[in-house]
Design a protein around this ligand. Structure first.
Ligand code: CA
Length: 479
């Protein structure tokens, strides 16, 4: 028998009897009534986070860094849309350790990731230690789609693969470098398959160009919810293999190796243009926070690319660690602006978690700082009291505090530079400033003391003893 619907009568205290649906409506309104001054508007959507990293690009080799030799119109457009951090640093002067820090929010020395991993799919020691939780894992917990594209270089075993470190989607290669086209499977690390979500795919065009297409498709595919994309170009890293069409544009560069390197930057700039255009076309640009920097200083074998900085890839002089660095978020970070306080690649982590509404973990020591309050003027103090660098087990080390920088090279007296007046580190002021040397030396020693030994020896097994001149070659193979 079908029951006849009878509205339930509710009485609360001495309140008069009300029709039940009206009462429910009032109760719901009361429940959601905003606090005084609060808005009824829904919270703004979480922004997308796009991290673009180039590989071995010199400090001076972009238009927004002053280059007249290598046009980079798309990077220049990105610079005009946001903030140019003129004291932007990476945490290490070569590839893999920098990447380990930016994805963990910690100086990579804290977990012994101080070398490039040796490519060995069977050696679980060689890669970013599995006890570290990466940024995409945190962001997935905040509702983000996560993607990785390009160069991985954080371990080659299945456990180290990006899909096991928080990335839901991926397109790229696992090693530390790659041929840009016509690679031959079975011929070593630079000829590994290109993988999409772990499956080998054909890439007939220049690999750099394809990255732009894949990244643009990722953005459009996820336009209806927040996403994080780590777009790690291999360009302009060696082998320098641009297309014939592109190298023809660089006949004005007499050093032909440098011309090929320049053409690689140009191809990458085109791909970045494609990525930015896709954001515009899908109306996501206003809600996308973009970081761009290179992973280390330019190498010595492609000309004087770090002008006016001293040194190159592998050094803790500025030429090894100070990089082109941009942050862009229309409406949230002033367009066409400059920020002069030191910032670091490690700061991506905390900044990304903050904009995603995710909690900064407290289980370990984290070195990452949320840059947004500093970049938008809410916090006028420097993001970092000090920044530190160290290669290997301490062959090279440095600390920057304010304008002062101490450089330590094994078996040599500490050197002291004032970067405000001597960005090229040409005048060692140690003799005239014993107190400053003592202060910075103590800070560096204190920072180094608890660091563990290397978690793996990586490609250091192939190293020759380092020399200690400013033009010293990289301390690892050019990878
Ligand atoms: Ca690199």
């Amino acid at each position: 028998m079908q029951a006849k619907y009878e509205p339930m009568q509710m009485t609360i205290g001495r309140a008069p009897t009300l029709p039940p649906l009206s009462l429910y409506f009032i109760l719901i309104l009361a429940w959601f009534r905003p606090a005084a001054g609060a808005s009824l508007q829904a919270p703004p959507p979480k922004p997308n986070i796009l991290l673009i990293v180039s590989d071995d690009q010199g400090y001076a080799d972009a238009g927004f860094q002053g280059s007249k030799e290598i046009p980079t119109p798309n990077l220049d457009r990105l610079a005009k849309s946001g903030m140019h951090c003129t004291s932007g640093y990476v945490t290490h002067p070569f590839c893999s350790p920098t990447r380990a820090a930016l994805l963990t929010g910690r100086y990579q020395q804290r977990f012994g990731h101080v070398y490039n991993p040796f490519y060995d799919p069977a050696d679980a020691r060689e890669g970013l230690p599995l006890g570290e939780k990466l940024l995409p894992e945190h962001l997935r917990g905040a509702g983000y789609a996560t993607g990785w594209m390009g160069k991985w270089h954080l371990g080659a075993t299945p456990e180290h693969a990006p899909e096991h470190r928080g990335f839901e989607e991926g397109f790229g290669f696992i090693g530390g470098g790659h041929h840009y086209f016509n690679w031959k499977p079975g011929k070593g690390e630079y000829n590994l398959p290109i993988l999409r979500n772990g499956q080998e795919v054909e890439v007939p065009e220049h690999y750099t160009t394809r990255l732009g297409v894949e990244a643009a498709n990722f953005e459009k595919r996820h336009a209806d919810h927040p996403w994080f994309l780590y777009l790690a170009f291999n360009a302009p890293h060696m082998p320098h293999q641009p297309t014939p069409e592109r190298i023809a544009r660089f006949s004005h560069i007499q050093n032909r190796q440098r011309a090929r390197y320049a053409a690689q930057i140009s191809l990458m700039d085109d791909a970045i243009g494609e990525v930015l255009a896709a954001l515009d076309a899908s109306h996501q640009r206003e809600r996308t926070l973009i970081f761009f920097f290179t992973d280390n200083g330019g190498p010595v074998n492609v000309g004087a690319v770090n002008t006016p900085l001293r040194g190159s890839k592998g050094d803790v002089f500025e030429g090894g660690i100070r990089v082109p660095y941009l942050v862009s978020w229309p409406g949230r970070i002033p367009a066409g602006s400059t920020y002069v306080q030191p910032v670091s690649s490690v700061d991506v982590f905390a900044t990304a978690l903050a904009v995603a509404g995710a909690r900064m973990p407290t289980d370990k020591v984290y070195d990452s700082v949320n840059l947004l309050p500093h970049l938008n003027g809410e916090n006028m103090s420097a993001p970092h009291e000090r920044l530190f660098w160290r290669t290997g087990t301490g062959q090279l080390a440095a600390v920057r505090q304010g304008d002062w920088k101490l450089v330590r090279q094994e078996n040599k007296p500490d050197e002291l530079y004032n970067l405000a007046t001597d960005i090229s580190e040409t005048k060692n002021l140690a003799g005239a400033n014993p107190e400053k040397i003592h202060q910075l030396s103590l800070a560096l020693d204190t920072w180094q003391k608890p660091l563990p030994p290397p978690a793996f020896i990586g490609t250091s097994r192939n190293e020759k003893p380092a020399t200690t001149t400013a033009t010293r070659p990289p301390t690892t193979p050019a990878r």
